[in-house]
Design a protein. Sequence first.
Lengths: 169, 344, 101
Amino acid sequence: MESVFFWVFATVAVAASLLVIGQRNPMHSVMLLIVSFCALSGLYVLLEAPFIAVIQIIIYAGAIMVLFLFVVMLLNVPTEEAPTGYHARLLGGAGPRRFGAVLSVVLVLELAWALSTMRGTPLPGDAVAPTVREIGIRLFREHGFAFEATSVLILVAMVGAIILARREK
Amino acid sequence: MTVSPTLIAHLGLILVVFVALQISAAVLVYMERKVAALIQQRYGPYLVGPRGLLQPLADIIKLIFKEELRPRSADTLLFYAAPVLAATAAFAAFAVVPFGAETTLFGLLDEPIALAVADVNVGLLVIFAITSMGVYGIVLAGWASNSKYSLLGGLRSSAQMISYELSYGLSFAAVIMMAGSLSLREIVDGQEGYWFGVIPRWYLFLQPVGFLVYLIAGVAETNRAPFDFPEAEQELVAGYHTEYSSMSFALFFLAEYINMVTVSAVAVDLFLGGWHGPFPLPAGFEWIWFLAKVFVLLFFYIWMRWTLPRYRYDQLMAFGWKVLLPVAVLNLLVTAYLVLLGGW
Amino acid sequence: MEPTLNSYLVLSAVLFSIGTAGVFLRRNLITILLSVEIMLNAVNLTFVAADRYLQSADGQIIAFFVITVAAAEAAVGLAIVIALFRHKETLSPDAFTSLKW
């Protein structure tokens, strides 16, 4: 049963991510990325991490993507034209494009090789999901400094975003 | 997976909740028009059926037979996906709300099951997550209609929803601190019993400010009066659902009413004691108390809509950020102080 | 076939490569930012999968921080995109070739 869910979520995540980078309408890209995030959230539930699954939906799919959506709508981002002719082929086009395509393929091959040297280690069967209480205790005791630093980071990001996006007077 | 009575009971629960939500939406349609009429000293629906009780049926039949229009320049996929998304998020949020005590369904089952579609132990966070997904239905509807009224309405409505989500979440957080658990079932279980034999142990009495913040944020989240500027008829034609007709419009309406029901149901579970009532009902029927309390809150919602004037959009946003959020944060701080030092 | 740790790591590697390919191959600033988000998610998946394998809660805490930092980075990135768009009315990264305008 678990493998069925894994394959379904994995396929949806990969397909949605491929469509995000593959198709040209930016509004559809954002919605497809949301689908991908929801599939990843399902994978987190399978990995006995319900807290991170819900946090992913609340923050990533519920807040960050709304931000992207607002920017796409406000800037009225045009649909990219389909590249034609020489530029249409993946390995054609300008130097950087060719180089980038080759690099991505090399990355996939390298990662696949590195992972194949690892035998398939099964996940421990009787895992006990860490409860939210335990996560909270560890977060605030051992990683308290990182937590406070993150809140300062978010404050800085907020102030920075407001200043950067402000109209010049 | 063997087919056991428990499995059948779970599937039955899903069906029951789904059907009950739709029936409650229909009841709300009637209730809204009748209560509005009584507040405005007129009769309201009285022609269709005895005392107008079949009015929701007439509305549904009308909506089914209307022509389904779509503006030519609208983005087809997103145009039709938006109401589906809104309705799906509305229904899904109710999946983790428990509405009755553990029961063996009159001895049919071997072990008691909890009366909720899914009883997860991060239940409150799931509700918050699905509520934040509900924003997408509205913002996509505004965008995909490709009309200026819809776009403005959609943007304003979604900005309002994400602003009030913060206070919404902070008001939960105070209750979570007092109850020590994220699971709605455990929060309701903690509200059993009485103080001095008379006052029920509801979190309403321990968190009056929290309850107020929750209700206000909940009304703003569901885009209901007095926070319904983005869909006000007098201002923006109809806001984000201007270009929709027939069943797509019906889905938006359904989504709005079911969101109201969900916000009321969560309020009842968090602050008003869930399914515990003054005198105990026979086992297996505690959900009647739950239903009664939810309907009281829904009546309150409708009463507010037809009594209070609407906030202007900038007043609404200023209120959400400058008043409600600091109050919610202060409430959280005071609760934290009391829980830590007072040992509540 | 039960999903092993390997399957999650391979999935994460595939998602990371898709994100990288997106950053290299797309000519639209917003899609580049979306691809960066895909990469961050792939990394999160690795952390949570390793967390399940090692039975500690640390992976989830790191994933929590990654999500939070990604939120901050998306906000600032989008603000920069808005500022750039306001200047040149285009979202193609090829248009921004001078250090000063």
